[in-house]
Design a protein around this ligand. Structure first.
Ligand code: HEM
Ligand code: HEM
Length: 295
């Protein structure tokens, strides 16, 4: 896969920009017409479906760094098999629908050269994901349990403003937390609260305005442990409760949040993946006498 072809695909995704939801609609039309059985996997309302499509393109855009992100693409494959009940044979119809959507959307702009680039890039990523798709996948309804999505939650919470307030409170605490705060030095709190809100609003069934990378990619260079995720969860629980929301909502929110953990958690610094020259693994040493936040 040539560097030019990776660039071509990345620029093509950039150019699609805010038209992404239109391309998504065309993609699903083709996909579900050709392979109706996939509606079981690609279920949900339009907002959910657009988010799934967006995630796929976001991952393909990062392919510029494919060699460096092999481990995280492997994990992505595992999640597809274990959590989303995807099979290796689903990649061919997905690719076909994606190509058809690009062709329909870009018209003459979808040159033979660009088609070739997409063809190569999709196959390269799919070939890394497929071997990780385990045969012992879970295909029962429980597979929804960790899907990082709850389609009615935004409404139940009371809308985006509430989510934003909770995140502001959450980051206020986390920035000052003795251990987790180390990750956030030099970061802009208000921007993070906004991005996190856009991200979670989509996961709670609202509009998808999040334009960042998927969490697995964002945190690829950070050594995030289970213990840190649990400390973060305690802070999040408190931030939700302090808004006066019910325990039922707290549990639903946390369930969605936990759906993203498997892509983040690492056992050692060696599992950190660097995206660009000059980046270094972010490792936060536990402070002596650390007392974890309680919820
Ligand atoms: C090269 C091909 C693909 C790429 C790069 C890709 C990428 C992604 C990414 C980045 C996510 C976000 C969630 C996560 O990080 O775990 C995702 C979710 C998902 N993908 Fe894929 N995907 C690909 C192929 C497929 C195929 C072939 C299917 C099924 C036919 C599929 C079905 C799903 C589903 C159901 C989700 C769950 C979304 C949710 O509920 O949040 N993907 N994909
Ligand atoms: C202990 C666990 C975690 C730590 C230490 C952590 C740390 C961070 C840091 C430092 C950033 C800023 C990255 C940057 O601007 O360079 C960030 C961004 C972000 N994190 Fe986390 N995170 C954790 C867990 C999670 C989880 C579980 C989720 C998903 C529910 C998540 C979603 C996000 C999102 C959406 C962004 C914004 C990315 C962007 O800039 O577009 N994080 N995180």
């Amino acid at each position: 896969m040539s560097f030019e072809n990776r660039q071509r695909v990345a620029s093509c995704i950039e150019d699609i920009g805010t038209d992404i939801n239109q391309v998504s609609q065309i993609f699903y039309r083709h996909l579900l017409q050709d392979t109706p059985a996939l509606s079981r996997i690609f279920s949900g309302n339009t907002a959910t479906l657009n988010r799934k499509f967006f995630n796929m393109l976001a991952a393909l855009k990062n392919v510029k760094h494919l060699e460096k992100i092999e481990a995280s693409i492997h994990q992505l494959g595992e999640r597809h098999g274990q959590q989303y009940a995807v099979l290796s044979e689903h990649f061919a119809p997905t690719k076909k629908a994606l190509m058809a959507a690009l062709e329909e959307h870009l018209g003459d702009g979808f040159t033979a050269e660009l088609r070739q680039a997409w063809d190569e890039v999709f196959d390269a990523v799919a070939d890394l994901m497929k071997p990780a798709i385990s045969h012992t996948r879970r295909i029962d309804d429980d597979s929804q349990a960790l899907s990082g999505y709850d389609g009615d939650l935004l409404q139940t919470i009371g809308g985006e403003d509430v989510v934003l307030r909770i995140h502001q409170r959450f980051y206020d605490t986390i920035f000052d937390e003795p251990w987790l705060g180390k990750f956030f030095r030099g970061k802009h709190e208000t921007t993070l609260a906004r991005k996190q809100t856009e991200f979670m609003v989509a996961a709670f069934g609202g509009e998808n305005r999040y334009r960042g990378d998927t969490p697995a990619f964002v945190h690829m260079h950070m050594l995030i442990t289970q213990e840190q995720l649990e400390a973060r969860e305690a802070i999040l629980r408190n931030a939700i409760r302090d808004e006066g929301l019910s325990e039922e909502i707290v549990e639903r929110w946390i369930k969605v949040d936990r759906g993203f953990w498997s892509g983040l958690v690492k056992a050692s610094e060696e599992e950190c993946v660097l995206k660009c020259f000059g980046q270094y693994p972010v490792v936060a040493k536990k402070p002596d006498g650390y007392v974890p936040p309680s919820s």
